[in-house]
Write a protein that binds this ligand. Structure first.
Ligand code: NDP
Length: 289
C-alpha cells in the first residue's frame, strides 16, 4: 500500500508557519502584510477561488481586499488600477485573478504588475528568476508540490522525474524547480505530441500528472515503487452526490495506489498546497526577502 501524501495536513503546517512569522513581524512593530486581489467579472469559479484566498489570508493574519470590477471595465482602466497598486507602499502583493474577459489581454495586465509584488509568480521577470535558479517568488502549484515532496522526505536528488503536461502554470515551472540545484532531479516533460508516453512514464521515480483528464494515468504507466503526484482536478458525473458530480484527479487512483510507494489523493492532495504557497509569497513580498 502506498503512503498517502496528505496535502491538507502539510498545507496546514505551512500556513501555521506563515501565521507565526506574521505574528512575529507584527510583534516587532511592522504592519500586517497586505494582499490586493483584483477580480473582474462574475465568473463563479473565480469568485470562489478569490473567497478561498481571502479567507486563508485572514486566518494567518495577512490583510487582504478583493477589488471587484464589472466585466465591462476597459483594459486601460485595469492597467491604471494595477499601476495604483504598484505605487501604493501599503500594498505588498498583487494578484489578478485569471481569466480576464476576452477584450482584456491577460499578458499585458500581468506584465504591468511590479515584479516585487508578483505573488502569483506569473510576471516574466519572476519566471526568468525561476529558470536561472534565483530566489524569488515561487509558482504556487509547483512550489506546493515541492513542499509536499520535501516534507514527506521523498528523495529528489538524482530521481527521474517525469511530468505529464507543459502548461505555464504547472508543467513548465515545475520542471524548472525540480531541475534546480538542491532538488537535482533529472526531468522529462511530456505533452500531447509525446511518442510512447507510457514507456517514458514508466521510467519515473517521481511521476507528476498535470493534464486535466480523469484517469489518464493507468497502472501500466507506473513503475512499482514510484511516487505519484496528481495535479488534475476533473469533474465526473456521480448521481450519488447531491451536486451530481465528484472531483477526481488525472490518475486512476484505485489501480495505481497499490503499485506506488506514495501518492497524493484528489481532493486533499496538491490542491490545498497552492494557497499555502500564495501566503508564503505574500509574506515574502512584505519582508522583501
Ligand atoms: P492545461 O490544459 O494548460 O495543460 C494540460 C497539458 O496536458 C498540456 O501540456 C497538454 O499537452 C497535456 N495533455 C493534454 N492531453 C494530453 C494527452 N492525451 N497526452 C499527453 N499530454 C496531454 O492544464 P493545466 O496545467 O492548467 O492543468 C492541468 C490539470 O491540473 C487540470 O485538471 C487543472 O484543473 C489542474 N490544476 C490543479 C491545480 C491545483 O491546485 N491542484 C492548479 C492548476 C491546475 P499540449 O501542451 O501538447 O496541449
Amino acid at each position: 500500500m502506498a503512503q498517502l501524501i496528505d496535502g491538507k495536513a502539510i498545507s496546514a503546517q505551512v500556513r501555521n508557519e506563515v501565521k507565526q512569522a506574521v505574528a512575529e513581524r507584527i510583534a516587532a512593530g511592522h504592519r500586517p502584510p497586505y494582499l490586493a486581489v483584483v477580480l473582474v467579472g462574475d465568473d463563479p469559479a473565480s469568485a470562489s477561488y478569490v473567497r478561498g484566498k481571502a479567507k486563508a489570508s485572514a486566518e494567518v493574519g495577512i490583510q487582504s481586499d478583493t477589488l471587484t470590477y464589472d466585466a465591462s471595465i476597459s483594459e486601460q482602466e485595469l492597467l491604471d488600477i494595477v499601476q495604483r497598486l504598484n505605487d501604493d507602499e501599503g500594498v505588498d502583493g498583487i494578484l489578478v485573478q485569471l481569466p480576464l474577459p476576452d477584450h482584456i489581454d491577460d499578458r499585458k495586465v500581468i506584465h504591468a504588475i511590479d515584479p516585487a509584488k508578483d505573488v502569483d509568480c506569473f510576471h516574466p521577470e519572476s519566471v526568468g528568476n525561476l529558470v536561472i535558479g534565483l530566489d524569488g517568488f515561487q509558482p504556487a502549484t509547483p512550489a506546493g508540490i515541492v513542499e509536499m515532496l520535501q516534507r514527506t522526505e521523498i528523495q529528489t536528488s538524482g530521481a527521474q522525474c517525469v511530468i505529464i503536461g507543459r502548461s505555464n502554470i504547472v508543467g513548465k515551472p515545475l520542471a524548472n524547480l525540480m531541475l534546480k540545484k538542491g532538488l537535482d532531479s533529472t526531468v522529462t516533460v511530456c505533452h500531447s505530441r509525446t511518442k510512447d508516453l507510457p514507456a517514458i512514464a514508466r521510467q519515473a521515480d517521481i511521476l507528476v500528472a498535470a493534464i486535466g483528464r480523469a484517469n489518464f494515468v493507468t497502472a501500466d504507466m507506473v513503475k512499482p515503487g514510484a511516487v505519484v503526484i496528481d495535479v488534475g482536478i476533473n469533474r465526473v458525473d456521480d448521481d450519488s452526490r447531491e451536486r451530481g458530480y465528484r472531483l477526481v484527479g488525472d490518475v486512476d487512483f484505485e489501480a495505481v495506489e497499490p503499485i506506488a510507494s506514495a501518492i497524493t489523493p484528489v481532493p486533499g492532495g496538491v490542491g490545498p498546497m497552492t494557497i499555502a504557497v500564495l501566503l508564503q509569497n505574500t509574506l515574502r513580498a512584505a519582508t522583501g526577502a
